[in-house]
Design a protein around this ligand. Structure first.
Ligand code: COA
Length: 326
């Protein structure tokens, strides 16, 4: 018997505070109209003082467990994708493991692949399950990008938001995750990065606090993202012998409405079959796909048996796509 993994439940959490484009007009030289037209974003959520990545990840995980009709005791693997962990160590996955009350000894670790993190985490959990290393997994994407934004840089501060999404993945004899396609190319790393890390020491950060903030050459990233995502969705269609238009729902990483529209065109899909949350969430990096998935599952658009294509592109560059029978 072939072993597969299937999504059994989804959940998400958004911090209470909403920051509108109008509020950003007061911070930087921008306009609501520019942000809407160039990105599709109207508002985003931002964590409260003292609210961390582990907190919002835990809320999303609890919602996914609820939806699956399971408790933390049923989970034997937790994979958490983030670029904004609470501590250097242990991983945020360890913090979430204890907060959820998961069994001690269950596996928990973080994955860092920037905005592609959830796709990388989902593939990792799927491989654990298919090879018998785990039976049920929580796969979480959680980010607090508001902490690493330069709020004086209009090229980045209008784009990102905070949030968390999660899925429960379970061993099954029916196909769920059908194929995953991951890629990395570090050669263009300077186009999108946070050019500081603990290995450089805190003195470096004291000399230049902006070293701990996101830098992005947006227009160049945009062009690579459109080209690369077009290629990876083509790769999925070919690998699975699928016609254009065969996908029921495209659930893309929510970076920019124009990037999503270009990928939908490539797949022969009208925008009505693309799950769009960027208008209300902004770009929540590794959290954006599970957030969008949860929204469309809960409002009834995504139904059991449908074919979903999840795709993401992010710093690294990293990119990937996953074909899912929901
Ligand atoms: N408000 C108003 N003007 C802005 C602005 C803002 N928030 N941000 C940039 N601009 C200005 C630029 O300074 C530039 O002005 P100039 O022509 O006087 O130099 C002009 O708008 C055009 O800038 P450009 O960067 O070419 O715009 P763009 O159409 O590429 O849109 C992004 C900018 C960032 C929205 C877009 O490039 C993008 O979404 N990139 C990909 C981002 C992404 O996916 N990142 C994460 C990957 S996970």
């Amino acid at each position: 018997m072939t072993i597969y993994s299937r999504i059994r439940g989804t959940g998400s959490y958004l911090p209470e505070r909403v920051v509108t484009n109008a509020e950003l007009e007061a911070l930087v030289d921008t306009s609501d109209q520019w942000i809407r037209e160039r990105t599709g974003i109207a508002e985003r959520h931002v964590v409260a003082e003292g609210e961390g990545c582990g907190d919002i990840a835990t809320r999303a995980a609890e919602a996914a467990l609820d939806a699956a009709g399971l408790t933390a005791a049923d989970i034997d693997l937790l994979v958490l994708a983030t670029s904004t962990p609470d501590q250097i160590f242990p991983s945020t996955a360890c913090l979430v493991q204890q907060r959820l009350g998961m069994r001690g000894g269950a596996i928990a670790f973080d994955i860092a692949a920037a905005c592609s993190g959830f796709i990388f985490a989902l593939d990792t959990a799927d491989r654990f399950i298919r090879t018998g290393g785990a039976r049920r997994a929580l796969v979480i994407g959680a980010e607090t990008f508001s902490r690493i934004l330069n709020w004086e840089d209009r090229g980045t501060c209008v784009i990102f938001g905070d949030g968390a999404g999660a899925v429960v993945l379970e061993r099954s004899d029916r196909p769920g995750i059908l194929s995953s396609h991951l890629h990395t190319d570090g050669r263009q790393e300077p186009l999108l990065n946070v050019p500081w890390g603990v290995s450089q020491g805190s003195e470096a950060l004291l000399r230049d606090p902006l070293a701990g903030k996101v830098t992005m050459r947006g227009n160049e990233v945009f062009k690579v993202a459109v080209r690369t995502l077009g290629a990876v969705v083509e790769e999925v269609l070919q690998a699975n012998d699928l016609e254009y238009g065969a996908i029921d729902w495209l659930v893309p990483h929510q970076a920019n409405i124009r990037i999503m529209a270009a990928t939908a065109r490539k797949l022969g899909l009208p925008m009505e079959r693309v799950v769009v949350t960027v208008d209300r969430h902004g770009n929540t990096s590794a959290a954006s796909i599970p957030l969008a998935l949860d929204v469309a599952v809960r409002d009834g658009r995504i139904r059991p048996g449908q074919l979903l294509l999840l795709e993401a592109f992010g710093a690294g560059f990293t990119w990937g796509a996953t074909l899912v029978r929901y």
